[in-house]
Unconditional design. Structure first.
Length: 252
C-alpha cells in the first residue's frame, strides 16, 4: 500500500496565519490561567499532583507490549507532520512517528481498536485531551518550541528508553529531564522545550495532554477555550488526516 506524501498535507497560507494568531492569543492568556491553576506552573511538575500516575505506571508493561506489536510494521505508523502539517518545522522525514488515540478530546476509534488495552486504560483517566505513542528515531533532535496552551499539562510515560539514557533527554525551560521506562514525567509544555536523542536506539513514550486542575473560574475558561480549539483547523485537519491514513492502510 502506498503511503501518503507529506507534501499532500501542506497547509494553505490562510490556515497557517489563523493558527499562528490563535497560538499568540493562547499564550497571551497563560498568566490568567496560571493565577487560577491548582497545581504548580513550574516547568517540571511533581507526579504527586495527579492521583492517576501510579495506575498508569503499573500498566506500562501492557502498553509497551502493544507498542512493540505496532513497531513490527513501522511503515504503517505516520510521521507527526503527515497528520498535523503544523508540525513540519519540528518533524522531518520519518524521524518522529506518532500513533494517536485522542486528539484534543476526540477519540480515534480505529487506532484504539488496534491497541485495546492501552485504549481501555486511557478511557479511565480523567481529563485526557490528547494521547499518542510518540516514537523518536536514533540521532534525531526535535527543535525548541512551545505548546499552545496552559489549559493542559503534558505527561510522558517512558516505554522504550535507550540504554545510553544520559544522551536522550528533554529540556523544559532550564531543566534537563530524562525518561525512565515505566515512569511518568510531567511538565508544562508552554515553556520552551526541545528533545535530543543522541543515541543509536529509538525512544518511545506514551504522550498525554491532561486537563490542568483549575479553580471554578479557570475551569470554565479552559472548557470554553478547549472547545474552540476542538473546532479549529489545528485539530480538525489532523483528525481528517488520521482517518485518511487509516483508510489507505486498511484500518477501517
Amino acid at each position: 500500500m502506498d503511503t501518503i506524501s507529506p507534501n499532500s498535507f501542506q497547509a494553505p497560507l490562510w490556515r497557517r496565519l489563523l493558527i499562528r494568531g490563535g497560538k499568540h492569543f493562547l499564550r497571551g492568556v497563560g498568566r490568567f490561567q496560571a493565577r487560577h491553576s491548582l497545581v504548580p506552573t513550574t516547568p517540571a511538575i511533581d507526579n504527586t499532583s495527579f492521583g492517576w500516575v501510579p495506575q498508569l505506571e503499573n500498566a506500562w508493561p501492557e502498553i509497551r507490549e502493544e507498542l512493540d506489536q505496532l513497531l513490527q510494521h513501522p511503515e504503517d505508523i505516520p510521521a507527526f507532520h503527515q497528520l498535523s502539517p503544523d508540525q513540519q518545522r519540528i518533524s522531518k522525514g520519518d524521524n518522529w512517528k506518532t500513533f494517536g488515540f485522542y486528539i484534543y478530546g476526540k477519540r480515534v476509534d480505529d487506532n484504539c481498536a488496534v491497541c485495546p488495552r492501552t485504549a481501555a486504560l486511557l478511557d479511565t483517566l480523567p481529563g485526557v485531551r490528547s494521547a499518542m505513542f510518540s516514537i523518536l528515531k536514533p540521532r534525531y533532535r526535535i527543535a525548541a518550541h512551545k505548546g499552545p496552551t496552559r489549559a493542559v499539562i503534558r505527561a510522558h510515560l517512558g516505554l522504550k528508553v535507550p540504554a545510553d539514557w544520559r544522551n536522550v533527554w528533554i529540556r523544559v525551560d532550564d531543566q534537563i529531564l530524562h525518561w525512565q521506562e515505566g515512569k511518568v514525567m510531567l511538565f508544562d509544555d508552554t515553556y520552551e522545550h526541545e528533545v535530543h536523542n543522541d543515541t543509536d536506539e529509538l525512544r518511545a513514550v506514551l504522550f498525554l495532554d491532561i486537563d490542568r486542575p483549575m479553580d471554578k473560574i479557570g475551569t470554565l475558561f479552559n472548557r470554553l477555550l478547549l472547545r474552540l480549539i476542538q473546532l479549529s483547523p489545528y485539530v480538525r485537519q489532523p483528525l481528517k488526516n488520521i482517518a485518511r491514513w487509516n483508510r489507505e492502510h486498511g484500518r477501517r
